[in-house]
Ligand binder design. Structure first.
Ligand code: UD1
Length: 434
């Protein structure tokens, strides 16, 4: 299976963002804390959610779809069990099982997570949080474990070499909110997903203050009640459609996403020569025929999200002038740029951390193969701006995180469709003649 894209169409119209993948995964984990039935509305229908449902079911928290995007999760029967390693390895977010299991059962053991190949993805900060709460922790035979007879609130600092960790901050919250005593998370991540999980937990009866700042204070409570909650719109998906609109000289509005969650993207789009308007729950970009080159640096929120970086680089390939995009969160996130070069893009990676993009007037279609979720989205955006036909492989990655990507692009006027036959031979031949 691959996507067949005839690029060059100006994208025009309105799309609605699906529920946020990363927020939904964290909220699902949080739903393991109350003993009753949690209702999550607006959960995206993507592969990562299905893998996480299977992981949760394997530790006694099954869930059911009651309509297309509503998930009902039962947290009543958590089990002291290790989820199947092959499932845990399928995704990064499998670490989110640890916080609730440790918080409620005093024991957690989960296969070391997998996920996108974008650089080192250690779990030391997660284990540091659990250890601060009084757990013994370790990594053994490919599994991370934490265990405690009694947890108690504590101060902890969760900053790693690349800054705060979203996952470790959320995992610390999940365990600490049901741990007696007061915990303080210094160096907390400030991403919108942390704010969402806190809002959910507080609605369920937790006592957490300071989410969205670098210091979060948690007063542990004995138990949480099940509640209903709406998953926010996906800021990374929204950024993908906005940047694709910008790169094609288009006029695209994305609804269902809070503009504040989009980091500095509206400002960046303005620097790129676009008119960018935000209102409650919607962002619209109107782009000139060719974008202006920009300099951008990814970082922890409120800096530009690292997950936007590949799509931004793709959008800048046809800009006027030279752009610089520096990656400061993951240490190997430029593996996809050689695929964009098949379109005729000129990208040089300096010191492994900065993409130097020399804008070219014209890109031409080519076969490309994605290596991770956002990288594959970047190849799609590149193909949409290239004249002629491209094929993008790597749909298993795309389907992990985007619901109805080609349907949404087609509704904006893109010539894009999913077709059956594998393409490897074409891509390899092409490479052989380069
Ligand atoms: C989450 C998102 C991912 C996003 C990332 C940064 C999910 C499922 N994934 O990933 O899409 O790109 O936030 O916004 O929500 N680190 C350590 N030790 C740790 C944990 C992380 O050193 O124990 C490092 C990482 O290697 C990385 C940096 O901290 O360099 C930030 O990673 P982190 O925020 O933890 O990313 P994730 O939560 O895994």
């Amino acid at each position: 299976m691959h996507l067949q894209i005839v690029g060059g169409n100006r994208l025009v119209g309105t799309v609605t963002a699906a529920g946020s993948k990363n927020a939904a995964l964290a909220l699902m984990a949080a739903a393991m804390l109350p003993a009753g039935e949690t209702v999550l509305r607006g959960v995206p229908r993507i592969a990562d959610i299905e893998v996480f449902r299977a992981l949760m079911a394997s530790v006694g928290a099954p869930s059911e779809w009651t309509d297309r995007h509503t998930l009902v999760i039962s947290g009543g029967g958590l089990l002291d069990q290790t989820p199947p390693v092959e499932l845990a390895r399928k995704m990064r977010a499998s670490y989110y099982l640890m916080g609730p299991l440790l918080g409620r059962l005093g024991r957690a053991r989960v296969g070391l997570p997998g996920g996108c190949t974008i650089g080192a993805r250690p779990v030391d900060l997660h284990l540091k949080a659990f250890a601060a709460l009084g757990a013994r922790t370790g990594i053994e035979a490919g599994e991370a474990w934490a265990e405690a007879r009694r947890l108690r609130g504590a101060d902890m600092t969760l900053v790693g070499p690349f800054g705060p960790s979203v996952g470790a901050t959320i995992n610390a919250l999940l365990a600490a909110c049901v741990t007696p005593g007061v915990s303080r998370i210094h160096g907390a991540a400030q991403e919108p997903e942390v704010v969402e999980v806190t809002a959910f937990l507080n609605r369920a009866g937790a006592r957490i203050a300071g989410a969205g700042t670098g210091l979060i204070e948690v007063e542990g409570v004995r138990r949480l009640q099940a509640v209903a909650y709406d998953v926010p719109g996906d800021r990374i998906e929204a950024a993908t459609y906005l940047l694709a609109g910008a790169a094609t000289g288009g006029d695209v509005q994305v609804e269902g996403v809070a503009p504040w969650a989009l980091d500095g993207l509206p400002r960046l789009l303005t620097q790129m020569g676009c008119a960018c308007a935000t209102e409650a729950g919607a962002v619209r970009v109107v782009a000139p025929p060719r974008l202006q080159a920009v300099e951008a640096v990814t970082g922890p929120f409120p800096a530009l999200a690292t997950d936007i970086q590949p799509v931004l680089v793709a959008a800048l390939c046809r800009a006027q002038g030279g752009s610089l995009v520096e990656e400061r969160v993951f240490d190997a996130r430029f593996g996809y740029t050689s695929e964009l070069e098949r379109l005729g893009a000129q990208i040089r990676i300096v010191a492994g951390a900065t993409a130097v993009i020399t804008g070219v007037a014209r890109l031409g279609g080519a076969p490309m193969s994605g290596t991770d979720l956002r990288a594959t989205a970047a190849l799609v955006v590149g193909a949409l701006t290239a004249e002629g036909e491209s094929q993008v492989e790597g749909l298993a990655f795309l389907d992990r995180g985007y619901e109805g990507l080609e349907r949404k692009f087609a509704s904006l006027g893109a010539d894009i469709r999913r077709v059956g036959a594998p393409l490897r031979t074409t891509a390899v031949k092409q490479e052989a003649v380069r």
